[in-house]
Ligand binder design. Structure first.
Ligand code: ZN
Ligand code: ZN
Length: 214
């Protein structure tokens, strides 16, 4: 598996500093668990964060310094963990832990045109969902009011700009209007997080938007 589209430094730093919304944390942790390159970059940011922590501790070494540091380490995605009892599914460990299982644990809701989604329970400052796009089908044309992260878990999609396969992450913002289309051959499953409601261009999707919560 060759991952071509990665997380930005901004997102990795935000994640290392614990400043991202929960929905974005989930996408970052899931990508990092699949991607050696971003895991190494995150390690560098964590080292910087650790140095700052040590300097702060020299000034005021609290009794809980060790436990706080250990808690930080435990909070990081365990990228190399493999559970021999758990068969390899399409969901990497951070996502499987979040959902409480693999694909069979997902409760899909139809969006139209064969597209399905499952909203994941996260904090309200951003939303996360799984998207199922049948092979060859498109997600409705939309722009973005905030930032949208889309991580491919199965299959591949393409939009006007590029092509994204398992492990790839697309970072979309206000400037991008796109129509992701799942490539032929395999249904596409993605994990997507947005920090603002999407702005659909067609009337019908817009009317349905409050119902779909996307
Ligand atoms: Zn990466
Ligand atoms: Zn989008």
């Amino acid at each position: 598996m060759t991952i071509r589209h990665h997380l930005s430094d901004q997102l990795l730093m935000g994640y290392a500093a614990g400043q991202l919304p929960e929905a974005f944390n989930l996408v970052v942790a899931t990508h990092v668990s699949l991607c050696d390159e971003c895991r190494a970059r995150l390690g560098a940011f964590d080292a910087v964060g650790g140095t700052l922590l040590e300097e702060a501790d020299e000034i005021a070494m609290g009794e809980d310094a060790l436990s706080r540091t250990l808690a930080r380490i435990e909070g990081l995605p365990q990228a190399t963990r493999t559970d021999p009892l758990r068969p390899a599914g399409i969901f990497p460990a951070p996502l499987a832990d979040y959902i409480g299982g693999d694909l069979s644990a997902v409760r899909w809701r139809k969006v139209g045109g064969g597209v399905k989604q499952a909203i994941l329970p996260t904090g309200k400052d951003a939303s996360a969902r799984l998207l199922f796009i049948p092979a060859g089908k498109a997600v409705p044309d939309h722009g973005h009011r905030g930032m949208e992260l889309t991580l491919v878990l199965q299959g591949a999609f393409a939009d006007d700009n590029d092509r994204f396969a398992r492990g790839d992450i697309e970072i979309a913002d206000e400037d991008l209007e796109h129509t992701p289309v799942a490539l032929a051959g395999q249904d596409c499953i993605c994990l997507a997080a947005t920090d603002a409601p999407l702005r659909f261009r067609g009337l019908l999707p817009r009317l349905a938007q409050p119902l779909l919560r996307i």
